[in-house]
Design a protein around this ligand. Structure first.
Ligand code: GAP
Length: 429
């Protein structure tokens, strides 16, 4: 398996992901998505959004990051979203308590402070006065924006249980030990869906969503099945809101790790919001004339973690004619650039043909036009960024009105009439 350093280097060299604020020496665990990274990430988000909101029983939402501070008291995060930590008195390094054995610093051997609890929520203030009345938190999960809008959504959209609300957005956690590139950061994006069900149907829907979500990684994202598995949380791992929880894990170079959590949250969140807001969040079932607080099945994917899994899974090195070819075998729907158009030389008449080809394709696909370097080098660059097809215009193109289309994975080349290129790609994407 490829190591993390190789992926980090490729991401930087090829414009996927840069260290945040790099010219100032960087800021711990913040990363910026470059031109190719943002295309790939947007493609991932589009796929997820479509997989959720194309269902008749799921609608979307985009709620605010800043929420009323009572939300986080009701959700249990003020009280329960904390890690025990210790500090080294000499080197000042900070550790999660479960990462140190004994009373000495693992880095310098210095004495450690007593254990204390550290809340992972970032705090800030609204308005010009920084007092406790103006305190707000940056949301540590997007889910709460969905719960507080439960009643708004189901009445305005006339939804009937079971139904779901999907949301993509940033979340923030002041992690004690961020690291491993974009695996654990302090600012990240979540793609969460909360599915509201009758309490008696919660177990059935939990099993269904487990299956749907596992298949999504395998079939839609194209991650290798042998590197995917479920992990059930034991009592110690369960979050304060969860009754039962399974992670979908991917086998990263750092071992098996969570990319998505699937949680049976019972009526914990809606009940607590009802209590703290004094607003009824009961649902009235017209068919049975029953009133109840729905149970919630949550699917919570980390967008950045999935990006990392995608890059690792797609990365391949292979021997071609005595040389190493690096190729990102990304799913075509995820690839940041779909087609590269390459003139064999910088001659004006070849460039003119290329420009026409670009114009005919760029309405539908993200296309790159690249004239610098040998054609071999240009193919290698496109392989490394996962471009599924290269269209090469050569001198013969001027007379036969055809171009060579090269397939990223098989490296097979087809000679295709310029007028047929649109159809050729329609069949393949
Ligand atoms: N609403 C439920 C929830 O937030 P979680 O298991 O804490 O559940 C869900 O987080 C997903 O969010 C994780 O599976 C992971 O992919 C992502 N995630 C959580 N913390 C992260 C962090 N510090 N950096 C990057 N991704 C993170």
């Amino acid at each position: 398996m490829v190591d993390m350093a190789t992926i980090v280097s490729l991401c930087k060299q090829r414009g996927f992901i840069f260290q945040g604020s790099e010219i100032y020496g960087g800021i711990g665990s913040a990363w910026d998505y470059g031109p190719l990274g943002v295309e790939l990430k947007n493609n991932l988000k589009k796929l997820w959004w479509k997989s959720m909101t194309s269902r008749l029983d799921i609608v979307g939402l985009d709620s605010a990051i800043l929420m009323h501070p009572r939300v986080w008291e009701a959700s249990g995060h003020v009280e329960g979203f904390q890690d025990p930590l210790v500090d080294c008195k000499s080197c000042k390094h900070r550790f999660k308590a479960d990462q140190v054995s004994g009373k000495k610093c693992p880095d310098c051997g210095g004495d450690l402070t007593d254990l204390r609890m550290f809340n992972l929520m970032f705090k800030t203030h609204v308005g010009p006065v920084e007092d406790s009345a103006s305190l707000v938190y940056l949301r540590p999960e997007t889910a709460q924006g969905i719960y507080v809008n439960f009643e708004n959504v189901y009445t305005s959209m006339r939804k009937k249980v079971p139904f779901g609300i999907a949301q993509i957005g940033k979340a923030f956690r002041n992690e004690i030990t961020p690291g491993n590139f974009i695996f654990r950061t302090r600012e990240f994006e979540q793609m969460e869906m909360q599915y509201f069900v009758k309490p008696s149907e919660a177990d059935k829907w939990f099993d269904k969503w487990k299956e749907i979500r596992f298949n999504w990684y395998k079939d839609e994202i194209g991650l290798g099945e042998s590197r995917l598995r479920f992990h059930q949380h034991d009592a110690k791992e369960l979050a304060h809101y969860a009754k039962v929880a399974f992670d979908i894990q991917y086998e990263f170079p750092i071992g098996w790790q969570e990319i998505e959590g699937i949680h049976h949250r019972s009526d914990y969140d809606l009940r607590r919001h009802q209590e703290y807001s004094n607003k009824s969040l009961e649902y009235f079932d017209e068919a049975t004339k029953e009133k109840f607080i729905p149970y919630v099945i949550e699917t919570s994917e980390g967008c950045d973690r999935t990006m990392l899994a995608i890059m690792i899974d797609a990365y391949h090195e292979e021997e071609v004619k005595g040389e190493t070819r690096v190729v990102l075998r990304l799913n075509k729907s995820l690839a940041p650039i779909k087609i590269a158009v390459l003139p064999l030389s910088k001659k004006d008449d070849l460039i003119a043909v290329c420009k026409k080809v670009v114009e005919s394709l760029q309405h539908r696909y993200v296309v790159e036009f690249n004239i610098s370097g040998s054609i071999g080098k240009r193919y290698r660059r496109q392989d490394e960024i996962g471009t599924p097809y290269c269209v090469t215009v050569d001198f013969e193109s001027l007379s036969d009105q055809k171009a060579t289309v090269r397939d990223r994975d098989s490296m097979k080349q087809d000679r295709v009439e310029l007028s047929q290129l649109k159809n050729y790609f329609l069949e393949r994407f």
